[in-house]
Write a protein that binds this ligand. Sequence first.
Ligand SMILES: *[C@@H]1O[C@H](CO)[C@@H](O)[C@H](O)[C@H]1NC(C)=O
Ligand SMILES: *[C@@H]1O[C@H](CO)[C@@H](O)[C@H](O)[C@H]1NC(C)=O
Ligand SMILES: *[C@@H]1O[C@H](CO)[C@@H](O)[C@H](O)[C@H]1NC(C)=O
Ligand SMILES: *[C@@H]1O[C@H](CO)[C@@H](O)[C@H](O)[C@H]1NC(C)=O
Length: 354
Amino acid sequence: MVAAKSACALVLALLPTIASAQYNLVKQYQGSSFFDDWDFYNNFDNLTNGDAIFVSAQQASQDQLAFVNGAGNAIMKVDNTSQVAFNQKRNTIRISSKDRFAVGSVWVADMLHVPFGCSVWPAFWSQAPDWPTGGEIDTFEAVNQVTRNQMSLHTEPGCTVSNPVQSSTLQNSTDCSFQANNNEGCVVTNPSTNSYGAPFASAGGGMWVTEFAEKGVSIWFFSRADVPSSLQGNSSSLDTSTLGTPVGNFPSSSCSVDKFFEPQHLIFDITLCGAGNPATFTQTCTGVCYNDYVIGSPSNYDNAYFEVRSVNVFGTSQSVDIPVSSAASSVGARVGAVAMQLALLFGACLVTIL
Ligand SMILES: *[C@@H]1O[C@H](CO)[C@@H](O)[C@H](O)[C@H]1NC(C)=O
Ligand SMILES: *[C@@H]1O[C@H](CO)[C@@H](O)[C@H](O)[C@H]1NC(C)=O
Ligand SMILES: *[C@@H]1O[C@H](CO)[C@@H](O)[C@H](O)[C@H]1NC(C)=O
Ligand SMILES: *[C@@H]1O[C@H](CO)[C@@H](O)[C@H](O)[C@H]1NC(C)=O
């Protein structure tokens, strides 16, 4: 009886620890089924005024703008074979996950190549449907020929960054409100030049881990040589406390995640020019974005592609039914079973104590 009680006390003591850092796989996007559970935008870029048309799933497949290559990796790219006529826009992609992932989720993206070059503005990010309500988390974003990835949040007014526990010292801005600084967001730049452009690819790519937790949003980046063993292979669980200090951190102390965020759709997109801002363009490129690139040589876009090995989403027992998903995957069912076991364990303890 005494032994049973102390075993239960141990289980109870461990539960909060488990909930804070230990996550189980809830969704995988990879291999031949990578594109199955995303919506293609199927409209011109009416979101950021880019000179881009985000094609339908059918056209993306037909024109090979989104496909799984021979190595089993997902390619998403800008059209680099068509000459675009004056006043027309260039075809590219924007996909949004059908599932939404709630607070208590982690998404892990393994990439080999990210789009880069003058006029190219790619991102891997997330948002709630009623932006800015429900917030936006930008894990990967860069433009033109900048040399580093930047991470940011965009929210309703009242969310700021203070005392982040992060390895980056390049904090560009700390007000996450969409109303501040022309909706620049609260931006932190990755000090590593392996986080973008040709150096990202020549280092073998890398992995981003985005933890969307009650205690805050944290983003880790690992260039291929630095990927920890816990992220290699195909593990069905993830303990973020083993990953070290994140490169970017947005603590809840000055931005309540529960208040400013709702379940997120994951998004990959590549727009062109956009940001509507010639000054941004001329920081790292010369000429005129639309004239010299979008309607210029299609080969301007030979590097404007994502090559993604996988996107894995992990959740805690609290966020088991987070995928606001049409279909419950077998993986989801398995995590549900784990949660059930925890609940049974917890219940069993109460019963034993009683
Ligand atoms: C963009 O176009 C789509 C499709 O026509 C439309 O549903 C959506 O409301 C538009 N969004 C904006 C911000 O104009
Ligand atoms: C952020 O700061 C870094 C380092 O000073 C700089 O390279 C980058 O251009 C800045 N980004 C923005 C959006 O201001
Ligand atoms: C990884 O594991 C999942 C099940 O957990 C499986 O569906 C998937 O095919 C595996 N992928 C690889 C590359 O082994
Ligand atoms: C277009 O880009 C791809 C890489 O995405 C490259 O393999 C190809 O050679 C480029 N050029 C043409 C004309 O397709």
